[in-house]
Design a protein around this ligand. Structure first.
Ligand code: HEM
Length: 384
């Protein structure tokens, strides 16, 4: 538990820590990985390098501290993180370790200013948020049922590997051959691959492409050859995995989903961001509600537009729009498709998403009707 006085301390020190979040969490990761190198198998080394993950963790603890009296406002974010933690097999015993090194980092950063009161207050705040995560994640593990194997990574076999668009973008179809069950999921969710490279494990999430067929999972991977740093997992799979090979996978997770009773759905995808949206569109099709859907897909060229034939053939006429490089998607284009009832789903790079969110705000579109899925730690790029 936390006292009123401790809450005040947390609130008053949060801004200093937030301002220096990057530095503090860098200290945190340095010490934690030195003491627990096994945790390198869990954390995304690329996000570490580009500094997004440290900010995500720090921001959440500060957010929680700032909102400690009304944590329910954070529930959507908390659920999203709990799903990601479960996908990565974060366990209760990891929390005291993260807590210990986060406090050590705060202490080291504050130096002489780190009084016992401040550190105790932060420990109390951390314990509250940690307990919320541990309980929620336990529920998610329980939902996977009694087979203990299913609560970790399970080898799935690639039964099909195909090139589906320029990029290149490669689709994989996977099935389970160890006698266990393939778990159901809702469109919008992802599965997580774990591969070993250069001595440690690397984990990455891939959106499921279509509603569950009862037997297989299908995902798409884009070659990140031009990215710096390169997509370690994506490139390894594209270059070196073939049909018949197995990939360690954890079962579907994620909170991104269709708003079931919406009258109109506007999907906006940037490049490979089409993957979770395609799944939602196919769900509408399956439910005979495709008339309520519009898709805007922004791509470098037509050849980069994955699933274009299929989506074009099921979407209503004039409700499939491709914007190729050079044709800028503007506020006016969006406005044409917005009604007061429209729910907007965006999956793209963060800069493009921010721009779209600005346009939607200018159109006075309610933020409660905007749903985003990002392929980077989402709290790493806070506005304000
Ligand atoms: C991801 C917060 C505890 C491991 C994240 C994200 C946040 C977060 C905000 C990014 C989610 C996203 O948008 O993708 C927290 C908070 C914690 C906590 C507030 C404590 C109260 C832990 C623990 C572990 C852990 C105990 C395990 C040692 C991870 C990993 C990721 C992640 C591996 C994936 C992101 C990456 O590797 O880049 N966490 N977390 N977290 N968390 Fe936690």
């Amino acid at each position: 538990s936390i006292t009123e006085e401790q809450k005040n301390i947390v609130r008053s020190t949060a801004p200093i820590l937030k301002e220096n979040g990057k530095e503090i969490t860098s200290i945190f990761y340095k010490h934690m990985f030195a003491a627990h190198p096994e945790l390198l198998n869990l954390f995304n080394q690329t996000n570490q390098k580009i500094g997004t993950q440290p900010l995500a963790l720090a921001n959440t603890v500060y957010f929680a501290a700032e909102n400690i009296d009304h944590l329910h406002v954070l529930i959507p974010q908390i659920k999203l993180i709990a799903h990601k933690h479960r996908a990565l097999i974060v366990l209760p015993e990891h929390y005291p370790i993260v807590g210990k090194y986060l406090l050590l980092a705060i202490k080291e950063f504050l130096g002489e200013k780190a009084t016992e009161e401040i550190l105790d207050a932060w420990a109390a705040a951390y314990n509250i948020i940690a307990k919320i995560f541990i309980d929620l994640e336990q529920q998610l593990y329980d939902e996977l049922g009694p087979d203990e194997r299913d609560k970790g990574f399970v080898p799935l076999t690639i039964i099909k590997k195909e090139n589906i668009a320029s990029g290149p973008i490669v689709a994989l179809t996977l099935e389970r051959r160890d006698g266990g069950k393939m778990h159901n999921y809702h469109p919008g969710q992802y599965i997580t691959f774990r591969i070993k490279k250069d001595g440690s494990f690397h984990n990455r999430h891939y959106s499921l492409l279509e509603p569950f067929d009862g037997k297989t999972y299908r995902i798409a991977i884009k070659d990140e050859i031009d990215q710096e740093p390169k997509g370690i997992v994506s490139n390894e799979i594209i270059d070196n995995y073939k049909e018949g090979d197995t990939i360690l996978t954890s079962f579907p997770a994620g909170t991104f989903a269709l708003i079931q009773d919406a009258k109109h759905h506007l999907f906006i995808a940037g490049g490979i961001g089409i993957t979770p949206l395609s799944s939602l569109i196919l769900e509408l099709h399956k439910k005979n509600q495709i008339k309520s859907a519009t898709l805007i897909h922004c791509v470098p060229t037509k050849e980069h537009a994955a699933f274009s034939n299929e989506l074009k053939s099921i979407l209503p006429e004039n409700q499939y729009l491709l914007f190729c490089q050079g044709e800028k998607l503007g506020k006016d284009d969006l406005q044409k498709f917005l009604t007061p009832d429209t729910h907007v789903y965006i999956c793209s790079s963060i800069p493009f998403m921010n721009k779209l969110e600005d346009y939607l705000a200018e159109c006075n579109h309610p933020s409660s009707q905007i749903h985003t899925e990002v392929f980077q730690p989402s709290l790493s790029v806070l506005k304000n």
